[in-house]
Design a protein around this ligand. Sequence first.
Ligand SMILES: Nc1ncnc2c1ncn2[C@@H]1O[C@H](COP(=O)(O)OP(=O)(O)OP(=O)(O)O)[C@@H](O)[C@H]1O
Ligand SMILES: [Mg+2]
Length: 341
Amino acid sequence: MGKNIILETIAREMQAGVLVLNKEGAALYANPYFLNSFPIDNGVEDKPVGEIIKNSSLLKKVDHFLQSRGGKSEDIEISEASRFFKVHVVPLKEKEDFSLLLFLQDITEEKRVETIKKDFVANVSHELRTPLASIKGYSETLLDGGMDDKETLKEFLRVIDRHATRMARLIDDLLTLSRLESHQMTIVSAPVDLKELILYITTGFEKQARDKGITLSSQIPDGLPKILGDRDRLEQVMVNLLDNAIKYTPSGGNVSINAGKNNGNVKVNVKDTGFGIPADDIPRIFERFYRVDKARSRDLGGTGLGLAIVKHIIQGHNGKLHVESTPGKGSTFSFSLKACD
Ligand SMILES: Nc1ncnc2c1ncn2[C@@H]1O[C@H](COP(=O)(O)OP(=O)(O)OP(=O)(O)O)[C@@H](O)[C@H]1O
Ligand SMILES: [Mg+2]
């Protein structure tokens, strides 16, 4: 087989952009991947590079190569049309002729993951620093003589205990999430009676609801089919949803749970008459650490991990999660899981 056809096929099929410029800086060739990433009307042939790429640092570099007609190949990272590329620029000299080869690798996804990692570390550090600073402040005050007064001692120890509990919860939630994400936490599948599970979890929240002046009720029909799933994980889903419903509903409101069979699935709705969630925030509330009203959630002891855990567990069960909310009126969080036959 001829070498040319092989080289042409490589250029056509490779998953990176290739742009070749002549010594005047006009395009000689662009492969399909490049044309896909930088759509140009009527193709690129003979067009000056400045009409094809807008990034000024890359154009400067290209200019430099064209002026000096030589040099060593170089790498540069650019962002163009809201994507990130690593560009490998290779000068090619043959006697009096000169051309410049540009290889573009799309690194948008790597950049995105890098940002998530950076944000994650920043978020965790911030969330741990706040309770830790309180623990340190209160214990220092006690050691500086505050201990002598029994009432102060008791009150400060209570604050320290509350913050330590919060830190422990944050770490528990992070570990749960990381296990769910790395699939270390296998979802055990056994028939689960959701009615019994819901009644059990709801009972646990009765005091919390009563103390806040919220009516908590559930309506679950008899004979609801069982679903195949992991009971412990599903308990956590219910705990996180109910905790939110009560937390984000002002005193005097209602939280109600109902369940029913629907097209071979069992659907559970947790409905509250609380603050509600603005439509713009709804797509983001399942992200780790995302809180609509940061101050309010933090005052209530939240770190923004509850719904991220819910999402992972429901996804792990191949179930569906749904939210409907009207600010000022309330929210309904629903999940549905396949019923056992
Ligand atoms: N039932 C609800 N009503 C109104 N807002 C809600 C409701 N459930 C969740 N939210 C909003 O979504 C955000 C994310 O919820 P999530 O449960 O993940 O975190 P959190 O409750 O703030 O903290 P954590 O669950 O870790 O204690 C909350 O901060 C809140 O702004
Ligand atoms: Mg929560």
